[in-house]
Design a protein around this ligand. Structure first.
Ligand code: ZN
Length: 510
């Protein structure tokens, strides 16, 4: 591990690396020259400042030897997220056509600096050395995502920022923020103050204590800005019409029975959902979408749509009346009626809906809108069907390692639930596998999801996320397809030291 491989042990592995021999010596962040991509350089310098340990920095925090400079140049011939990184003696050049390309190039440089500084600390040298090299790189899929469930357990704004920063080190560019569920509502909606007072807290059935939390408008705006500076788009999710006990506990009139309801402390799928016969649910959805549009610049809004039970709708006079009015034959079809109305409301706000693959079970009367994006989670079948029907797809199959709440291995000592998502399985996840050209073109990419029923602390979340998300990042990034699991695990030993430097916990097996 003392000598990096010909690919410099980068994760994800870049498209092309040419090692030139010799090193660039660094005792602090290279000094950025004025030029394009100043915002990206500013974030990079902040990140790098934290890499250097123990008094090697000059008082100004610039390179004490006065040597190394960082130059960013605009190159319109490069694709949107592509970059070229050239490391010479005393000068690093990053070329890109966009801020996202420049940022990815700087994150690759950050990985090299983390490794160089780690080696210096181990060997007791004076300065960090990084190999002189030229790297050319570009992504394979535009959607490289990670989802964090902040309803089953609440995670602090500081933790969210830490994870987004670590994701961006791996060129992950989407943070899907699961903000609502039966167990808690996590963001403010004007006109619905009880979501914060009642819907954000649940009674722990074992201890009797109140559990929960709520993000303020200011915290959310800060996180959105933090992510945007790192070229990570935050896609918020408000799960409707199921998984809504936190809403019903706050506003019981929105349910079929009228309650009373409680914010759920147990985990599972519950029969109480929003009442399809109540027009108030669309007033509520309008307020929710208005709030999301105000807080999140992303064009996409995830509307959930998963795991809806229909027995309340079957028994409810208001829902039965709605069935008669709409001419639909079964309560199941009411879900596609709701989905099409929600999608139309989002379209009015210039937003595109994303839903879990259950929303594919539409009715001929209310077909799934063309623009809707399917997130395929119950295996890849939903994604294959969606692509056959011309819909765009994000692959996140729980059958192929993408569910990070599953255990790392069969070891009974490992945390996790429901199944096993091995590092090898997620590394092998090919979003467009089994598709022909036209269908494959509809695959936006893939995503790893961390549901947090059993994840009650950020430290446990880190252990579940890493390095599985590092493996997925490579599967989604590398243009020639992943380099092979053995090749990846060889580089992973160096990459683990980078995760150590960022104070992230991770699984040590393969
Ligand atoms: Zn009803």
């Amino acid at each position: 591990m003392n000598t990096p491989g010909p690919d410099l042990d980068l994760v994800p592995k870049p498209s092309a690396v040419r090692v030139k021999g010799g090193v660039l010596r660094l005792s602090g962040p290279p000094a950025a020259e004025s030029g394009p991509f100043a915002a990206e350089c500013g974030v990079f310098e902040e990140q790098i400042r934290g890499c250097f340990h123990g008094g090697v920095l000059s008082p100004q925090g610039t390179n004490a030897e006065g040597g190394a400079r960082l130059r960013c140049v605009h190159d319109g011939a490069l694709a949107e997220e592509a970059y070229r990184l050239n490391i010479e003696d005393g000068l690093v050049t990053v070329a890109a056509s966009s801020g996202s390309g420049a940022y990815h190039g700087l994150q690759t440089l950050r990985q090299l600096i983390l490794s160089g500084e780690e080696k210096r600390l181990r060997s007791g040298g004076d300065v960090a050395e990084i190999p002189r090299a030229e790297i050319e790189d570009a992504p394979r899929f535009p959607w490289r995502g990670f989802m964090l469930d902040c309803s089953r357990h609440f995670f602090s704004a500081a933790f969210i920022r830490k994870i987004i920063d670590a994701l961006s080190l791996h060129h992950i560019n989407r943070f899907h923020w699961h903000l609502t569920d039966d167990q808690g509502w996590r963001f403010p909606v004007p006109g619905y103050p009880l979501l914060a007072e009642t819907g954000s807290r649940r009674k722990d059935l074992r201890s009797g204590r109140s559990e929960g939390g709520f993000y303020t408008v200011q915290e959310i705006r800060d996180i959105v800005r933090f992510a945007s500076l790192r070229h990570v788009e935050i896609v918020p999710e408000a799960d409707l019409p199921g998984h809504t006990l936190s809403v019903l506990a706050s506003y019981p009139a929105l349910g079929c029975t009228g309650g009373p309801y409680e914010v759920e402390d147990r985990f599972g799928i519950f029969e109480d959902v929003l009442c399809a016969g109540n027009d108030g649910i669309f007033d509520f959805a309008a307020a929710v979408f208005g709030a999301l549009a105000d807080l999140f610049p992303s064009r996409r809004v995830h509307i959930g749509g998963d795991e809806v039970l229909f027995n309340r709708w079957e028994a409810c006079p208001k829902c039965r009346k709605r069935l008669a009015e709409t001419g639909l034959s079964s309560p199941r079809e009411l879900q596609s009626w709701i989905t099409s109305r929600l999608a139309a409301m989002l379209a009015e706000r210039g937003k595109i809906p994303i839903g879990w693959d259950e929303i594919l079970e539409d009715s001929p009367r209310f077909p799934l809108p063309e623009e809707a994006v399917i997130m395929s989670w119950r295996g890849r079948e939903g994604g294959l069907e969606a692509a056959r029907r011309g819909r765009r797809v994000i692959m996140s199959p729980n059958t192929e390692g993408c569910y990070l709440d599953y255990k790392h291995s069969e070891d009974p000592g490992e945390p996790g639930q429901l199944g096993i998502s091995s590092l090898k399985a997620i590394y092998g996840m090919n979003p467009a596998g089994g598709m022909d050209g036209k269908e494959a073109d509809l695959i936006l990419g893939g995503q790893g999801n961390l549901w947090t029923e059993l994840v009650y602390a950020g430290r446990i979340a880190e252990y579940m996320i890493f390095p599985r998300i590092s493996a997925l990042a490579e599967a989604l990034w590398n243009p020639g397809g992943p380099a092979g699991f053995e090749d990846f695990t060889r580089r992973l030993s160096a990459h683990r030291a980078r995760l150590d430097a960022l104070d992230l916990l991770y699984y040590r097996g393969t």
